[in-house]
Design a protein. Structure first.
Length: 409
């Protein structure tokens, strides 16, 4: 029970940086305090022989993924020693390293059974429902009493999507400082609702969950977060397609090819098209990507340092692959891409159909979001952090289903 309380505290406190986006570094303190307590509790649990054996099995079954995580951490540290503002970059890298180590090496100690895994999407769903409810209440108060809290203003729908030129939207941001944060939260928790629908047997429960998902969709569209709306649309389409088992394999192959292609294009210095659909939909982001790709070519070995990206671009790069390559160099990008590829290969339908579909949908949603937002690997951005927890939880549970023998330690 205490372990679950700590998990809830981690999931909730990780929202704080997005609530006070751009504030002081103190906004990270609650999340790191929760992670520290969780790490201590996990280390205490390892004293139990059964827990220790479970962790050994998990480490053995996922040794290649964990090796890539270690190499990535070493690479970003090495990169930070070779750029300007070493101290500031080392502080950022230290935070990233702590998150990656705790989640990948200690989180599985508390998640050993299927019901333990289900606790994660249930909690994420409730967090999403709470934030959606708050956002909708603030929307109603805006219409009734003209209150402005949680409202980012009124904007033409066509300003973001180039359709419905006369439609005005009251843009919601809820408790967050940015509508994109609210949108990304809805997008990354949406698959949790789909899993709960697959899991429940009662028609009344399914209808209630579906009504909640419609709340999510209203909140999502009202955030006008283009990447989040695209990610959720793809999630829904994939959920329908996954009724056929063949599509599960096809989607995995597509994700692997897509990751490989993006990595190759960035390393090769190929610029994104400055015209066409991509430019129309994502506008200034395309210019940021092209400027970043140019800078990457001049700093391929070590990058320019994570803390220097905003100084160079006046913005984040709004692409996770580019952000990693620009901040830490090409080697870090390669390790990150390998991490994603090896991880998606571990998601197999035969291990547990519902959990595998949920993990794949979460993976797919995150894959879209990271193309258009900066979701630093090991950072506390909502989508990245929740994605890592879902993925590592799945790796933990699926390793317990493996028939491979323990590695000798």
């Amino acid at each position: 029970m205490f372990g679950k309380i700590l998990i809830v505290s981690i999931l909730l406190t990780s929202l704080i940086p997005s609530i006070s986006l751009g504030g002081s570094n103190l906004r990270y303190l609650p999340a790191f305090s929760a992670l520290f307590l969780f790490a201590l509790y996990s280390l205490f649990c390892i004293r139990n022989g059964e827990n220790r054996n479970y962790l050994k099995n998990y480490l053995y079954e996922n040794k290649y993924i964990l090796l890539i995580v270690i190499l990535y951490i070493l690479m970003i540290y090495f990169s930070s020693f070779n750029v300007v503002e070493i101290n500031k970059n080392l502080m950022l890298v230290s935070g990233i390293s702590i998150i990656l180590i705790v989640i990948h090496f200690l989180f599985p100690v508390i998640l050993q059974k299927r019901e333990d895994f289900l606790f994660i999407p249930k909690t994420l769903f409730l967090i999403g429902l709470l934030n959606s409810t708050i956002a909708i209440i603030l929307f109603i108060l805006n219409k009734i009493k003209n209150t402005q809290y949680g409202i980012d203003g009124i904007q033409l729908f066509s300003a973001k999507f180039a359709i419905l030129p006369e439609l005005e939207v009251t843009v919601l941001k809820g408790i967050f400082s940015n509508p994109n944060s609210l949108g990304m939260l809805m997008a990354i928790v949406f698959p949790a609702g789909l899993l709960l629908i697959m899991e429940t047997k009662k028609l009344s429960s399914k209808l209630m969950l579906i009504s909640c998902l419609f709340m999510f969709l209203f909140t999502l569209v009202s955030s006008l977060s283009r990447a989040s709306i695209l990610a959720t649309t793809i999630t829904l389409l994939l959920f329908i397609a996954l009724r056929a088992k063949l599509f599960f394999t096809i989607i995995r192959i597509f994700i692997i090819v897509f990751i490989s292609l993006i990595t190759f294009l960035i390393i090769s210095g190929v610029k994104f098209s400055s015209s066409g659909t991509l430019k129309i939909i994502f506008g200034d982001r395309v210019d940021l990507w092209n400027r970043s790709v140019e800078a990457i070519q001049d700093n391929m070995a070590y990058g320019i340092g994570l803390s220097n990206i905003v100084k160079l671009l006046s913005h984040a790069s709004h692409n996770t692959y580019i952000e990693i390559a620009l901040g830490f160099g090409i080697s870090a990008l390669i390790f990150y891409s390998l991490y994603l590829i090896v991880s998606i290969l571990k998601v197999k339908l035969q291990k547990d159909r519902n959990l595998s579909i949920y993990t794949l949908l979460t993976f797919s949603s995150f894959s879209v979001l990271q193309m258009f937002e900066t979701l630093q690997f090991g950072g506390l951005s909502i989508a990245n952090f929740y994605f890592l927890i879902v993925l590592v939880s799945y790796l933990s549970i699926s390793s317990s289903l493996s028939k491979s023998r323990l590695s000798p330690f």
